[in-house]
Design a protein around this ligand. Structure first.
Ligand code: ZN
Length: 208
């Protein structure tokens, strides 16, 4: 019985690996490929759960949160102290409260604007011990070389209703950039441009 067992062994794993690597060594490219697993190594669910519970949670495993810091929402637990551009598309934001983490989105009012906001994605955040709750984040957002807030008016070509609106435009792009930026803003407000005719949200609805 013992002899039989020895005569029909399962190929040991080491032998299989040896066979694969000797095959691969015939072709230098195949040999290189052998070193790279074709599929990312599976991570078991239990280990993900354990990492979620750990205080050192990688940001990619955490659900991104949105924090609204617009002026018109007065929430004393979430205050924005400063938002300034470091470079086009890079912003430094200082605030208090809100448990900000990297990967989160901050909605902030544009400087000099009543109603315009922008969305910034937090790249890095540093929580300060003193004053408690204060944090400073570096975030990425819209690329403006020179931000200008412009006030325009639009008239509805069907009912004559008039609306004042603001839009943001990169002043460095000149006058030509204004009309497209204005059109983009009024479409956000529910207006439509029907072959050069502007329709307010009400007339747009009734036309459909
Ligand atoms: Zn109208």
């Amino acid at each position: 019985m013992r002899g039989e067992r020895i005569s029909t062994p399962k190929p040991p794993l080491a032998a299989t690996i040896n066979r694969l690597s000797s095959k691969a060594s015939e072709n230098p490219i195949a040999r290189l490929l052998c070193l790279v697993p074709a599929q990312p190594l599976p991570i078991c669910r239990a280990s993900i759960m354990a990492r979620r519970k750990s205080p050192l949670i990688p940001s990619r495993l955490r659900v991104m949160a949105e924090h609204d810091f617009r002026y018109n929402l007065l929430n004393p637990a979430h205050t924005l102290t400063e938002c300034r551009a470091l470079a086009p598309g890079r912003y430094q934001v200082t605030g208090n409260g809100g448990n900000i983490r990297s990967g989160d989105v901050l909605i902030v009012t544009l400087k000099g604007s009543r109603e315009l906001s922008q969305r910034l994605t937090v790249d890095k955040v540093r929580h300060l011990i003193n004053p408690p709750g204060q944090w400073m984040a570096v975030a990425s957002g819209p690329v403006f070389r020179e931000l200008a807030i412009v006030n325009w008016q639009v008239d509805c070509d069907a009912c004559g209703k008039q609306r004042d609106f603001e839009f943001a435009v990169d002043a460095a792009k000149g006058e030509a950039a204004r009309a497209p930026a204005a059109e983009a803003r009024i479409s956000e407000l529910g207006w439509t441009n029907d072959g050069g005719r502007h329709l307010c949200p009400t007339c747009r609805e009734s036309k459909q």
